[in-house]
Write a protein that binds this ligand. Structure first.
Ligand code: DP6
Length: 345
């Protein structure tokens, strides 16, 4: 057999309701809700050929064109975790080539796009061995992605997605994400995400370590309640289109995430002084202009500025004139809601 390949492009996503804390194996302690981005994606090419070695899993990993031993180790651990779910490891040896459209350390969650593009590729290869029902393909891909990185479960669909069991939402599950709202209100259809880079360096505390600190967090039960309530509220708001309530929940979630970090044991702070200055500026601008705009934060100091397309022109001016001065080398990334992963071959 000659060498074959699959190529998948999969985007990152930005959580409005945050996944923070794990239970079981790679399940969130609470439901989370996000929208998939458009320009920030990982493209992963997996070359596969008949296995010659007797070793159970054979895979080499290249990142941005170069062999990467550190990432390969993580990928091999991931493959060990999912080996009972896929037959392909018995048949093929793999060479994996990944690249991001955004700088690795730009403060964008790269595990969501990296793991989902990898899982989608693996599942496409699995299809050469056994039947994967077409209507289940993305659900299985979401579950496989989740086992690599929780937030990756939400990247396999376009638009808004929900991961975690939520009463009243059919098919919602702790095992995989589902796509929500083909009936999205127009105000949310073309949401923009301008990512203001306050610091691009590596985070002092990884998300994985942060999740762990939720195990014994004194506010854990309250947090689960809050996130569940916010997911529920958003499922209505996304249909009805009431932006001010969306903005309130979005900011409450961002600030709660960082509050949980500050009150963990050990405690840690990922915000920078510029993060707070930008937050204050956004709130003042919203109050004065009445613009539909809000912010969220991931596990880092960078600001995701969220607004509908209708406000784009004036908000771009606001970013340029008032916010970029607080960014590292005036850097920002222009992104928006996207249509989900794409197979490229
Ligand atoms: C703050 O998905 O990166 O971005 O499952 O350990 O890979 P692992 O964690 P990860 O956590 C993301 C945390 C977050 C919030 C979110 O995306 O929901």
């Amino acid at each position: 057999m000659k060498q074959n390949k699959v190529i998948w492009r999969s985007p990152s996503n930005i959580a409005i309701v945050k996944y923070w804390g794990k239970k079981g194996f790679q399940q969130g302690i609470n439901p989370s809700l996000s929208f998939t981005l458009s320009n920030s994606f990982t493209e992963t090419e997996i070359r596969y050929q008949a296995k010659k070695s007797t070793q159970h899993i054979v895979a080499k990993y290249y990142f941005e064109g170069e062999y990467n031993a550190e990432f390969e180790k993580r990928i091999l651990t991931y493959f060990e975790n999912i080996q009972t779910r896929l037959e392909l490891f018995d048949h093929y040896e793999l060479e994996i080539y990944s690249r991001n459209t955004f700088p690795h350390s730009a403060g964008i969650a790269s595990s969501a796009s990296a793991m989902s593009s990898l899982a989608l590729g693996l599942l496409s290869i699995e299809k050469t061995i056994r039947v994967i029902p077409e209507n289940n393909f993305f659900q299985i891909a979401s579950e496989l992605s989740r086992l690599g990185s929780g937030s990756a479960a939400r990247s396999v669909y376009g638009g808004f997605t929900l991961w975690g069991k939520l009463a009243g939402v059919q098919k919602s599950s702790d095992d995989f994400a589902i796509s929500i709202y083909k009936k999205l209100h127009p105000v949310f259809k073309n949401l923009q995400d301008s990512i203001l880079i306050v610091r691009s360096g590596k985070k002092p505390v990884s998300s994985t370590a942060g999740h762990k600190l939720m195990d014994n967090h004194p506010d854990k039960a309250e947090r689960i309640h809050q996130a569940t309530k916010n997911c529920k509220a958003l499922t209505g708001i996304l249909k009805e289109g009431y932006f001010p309530r969306f903005a309130e929940i979005c900011e409450e979630e961002a600030l709660s995430l960082h509050k949980l970090m500050k009150t963990s044991n050990p405690s840690f702070v990922l915000m920078q002084p510029e993060t707070l200055t930008i937050i204050q500026k956004i709130r003042k601008y919203r109050e004065e202009s009445g613009a539909k705009i809000c912010f969220t934060l991931d596990a880092g100091p960078n600001i995701h500025l969220i607004y509908p397309e209708e406000n784009k022109a004036e908000i771009r001016k606001f970013i340029q004139n008032e916010l970029l001065v607080y960014c590292e080398n005036k850097k920002w990334i222009d992104d928006k809601i996207g249509s989900g992963p794409k197979q490229m071959n």
